[in-house]
Design a protein around this ligand. Structure first.
Ligand code: GLC
Length: 527
């Protein structure tokens, strides 16, 4: 294996499979591993380098599987461990690497550790969590007023009077990462999956693990009690040592939401994580100046520590970008709920097509969230009584709209996803967005992704580590990679002339004569 291969995470195209919604083989309306295996060909045809699998472990599904009851098995709704192992093998045979999702900040309240902790105030397992007495004369006030990551309070009282901490739902008790058993257990879990041939680990809520044990309130200008504590880096240094035991081609990829780029970059120091999701880019407005600043900021921060940048447009937590880019406010933030504001899906789709060429030609790795390659939009018409996301009751926003089952074939729901009834409703208009309908249609989103990913593999310039901005007019993002490749994204309101070029490699939409229309991107072979 060449050095380039062994550092595959540096420039891979990584596809996120959300197993509940990829494909259902047993007809219960929920996706499963058998469905993924049956549709692995879609990912091979798309040309992705790796799959990131959202949690598939046994779980009461209080948070769609991010409440894990056993990290060494598979939830029966998804299949068996043997099927998971077979999928890893089949993916490898198809040239696709496999990344599993590990959730270290918390476990399910149904996990044996938590059950043991609840059984008695003296159980040693209590120390694996954050059990504390309450405040006030009767101890009936929570130990802190911390606000949870989904909104709401962060402590729940148990019958013996103590409270336990949960930064997410009460079904997700936070682990105490100061305890050596917790550290040892997760290192063992990493080995369990690496021993099964898994190529990488996606680390959920990576910056939250450590807490200030004096439990101060969150105050402006003071160190945060549970976000990005310095000690968290020791955890990832230890994880890196585990990953490195496997020959240096196993990657650790962090979910690190962090506005300060310097703090973010600390996670990517050479002895820590290999990569982290770029939420700065994901949340950035469709705006040339802001986008350019974001790209510069990203590249600068990563270069300083020799880490690869990542480019992420969507995932299972955020509003799909076809919808975001079709709104007047094109940013994304959990604190700025834009649900129900007007959406121009045609505009959003045009921009999403241009964004695909942007994110697939910037230096670094690109992440694709399932359905993005089909141009799916957020389903904003799910009846609230069908919402399953625990965020809905706490923040008044549900993430279910981006988690709707994929449309594969046919003209009506369930579009080949299941033989039963899909766990969330699919928009009727998705009949034009199925894999079947788009295959072979050169103007489809799917064929755009296929062509771009194929070109990315062979294009010399796209293997160069750097990019250089070029001037192609106001409100235009344009850059070269190597001597002969350029990407031009027209974010202005009017058609523009293209820079001199030998040929047009790929366009996100039809040109206007030889001019590039607004919200359209091209890849060019330069003279
Ligand atoms: C991460 C996951 C999200 C989950 C949360 C709690 O942010 O991406 O889906 O709800 O962690 O585990």
């Amino acid at each position: 294996m060449s050095h380039q291969d062994s550092q595959w995470w540096r420039d891979a195209v990584i596809y996120q499979v959300y197993p509940r919604s990829y494909a259902d083989a047993d007809g219960d309306g929920v996706g499963d591993i058998a469905g993924i295996r049956a549709h692995l060909g879609h990912l091979a045809d798309l040309g992705v380098d790796a799959i990131w699998m959202s949690p598939w472990y046994p779980s009461p599904m209080a948070d769609a599987g991010y409440d894990v009851a056993d990290f060494r098995d598979i939830d029966p709704a998804f299949g068996t461990l043997a099927e998971a192992e077979a999928l890893v093998e089949e993916a490898h045979a198809a040239g696709i690497r496999m990344i599993v999702d590990i959730v270290p900040n918390h476990i399910s309240s149904e996990h044996p550790w938590f059950k043991a902790a609840l059984a008695s105030p003296d159980a040693p397992e209590r120390d694996y969590f954050w059990f504390r007495p309450g405040r006030g004369p009767n101890g009936d006030e929570m130990p802190t007023d911390w606000v949870g990551e989904f909104g709401g309070t962060t402590w729940t009282r148990v019958p013996d009077g103590q409270w336990y901490l949960h930064l997410f739902t009460p079904e997700q008790p936070d682990l105490n990462w100061d305890h050596p058993d917790v550290r040892a257990e997760f290192e063992s879990i990493l080995r369990f999956w690496f021993d099964r041939g898994v190529d990488g680990i996606r680390i959920d809520s990576a910056a939250l693990l450590l807490k200030d044990e004096s439990l101060p309130e969150v105050r402006d200008g003071e160190p945060h009690p549970f976000h990005d504590l310095d000690g968290v880096h020791d955890v990832y240094r230890a994880w890196r040592r585990v990953a490195d035991e496997y020959g240096g081609d196993r990657a650790l990829i962090g979910e690190v939401w962090m506005p300060e780029v310097e703090r973010f970059a600390n996670y990517l120091r050479p002895d820590e994580l290999h990569a982290a999701f770029n939420f700065d880019f994901l949340g950035c407005a469709w705006d040339p100046a802001l986008m350019r600043e974001c790209v510069d900021r990203t590249l600068h921060a990563h270069k300083a520590i020799g880490a690869p940048a990542t480019w992420v447009l969507s995932n299972h937590d955020v509003t799909r970008h076809v919808t975001r880019y079709g709104r007047q406010d094109t940013t994304f933030s959990f604190d700025n709920n834009l649900d129900g504001t007007p959406v121009d899906l045609e505009l959003g789709t045009r921009r999403a097509r241009a964004a695909a060429l942007l994110s697939l030609s910037l230096p670094g790795a690109t992440y694709i969230y399932q359905g993005e390659e089909l141009g799916l939009w957020e389903n904003e018409n799910i009846p609230p009584e069908q919402y399953q996301d625990p965020m809905w009751g706490r923040r008044g926003h549900s993430r279910d709209g981006c988690r709707v089952p994929l449309p594969w074939t046919g003209d009506t729901e369930p579009f080949g996803f299941t033989t039963g009834s899909p766990w969330l409703p699919q928009p009727a208009e998705w009949k034009d967005r199925t894999v079947q309908a788009q295959t072979g249609d050169p103007s489809s989103m799917l064929e755009l992704y296929r062509s771009a990913i194929a070109r990315r593999r062979t294009e010399e310039g796209l293997h160069q580590p750097a990019m250089s901005w070029i001037d192609a007019g106001e409100n235009v993002l344009a850059y070269t990679r190597g001597d002969r490749f350029a990407c031009v994204v027209n974010m202005s309101g009017a058609p523009i002339a293209l820079p001199d070029h030998e040929s047009l490699l790929l366009a996100s939409g039809p040109l206007d004569g030889d001019r590039l229309p607004p919200d359209t991107a091209v890849w060019l072979r330069l003279l």
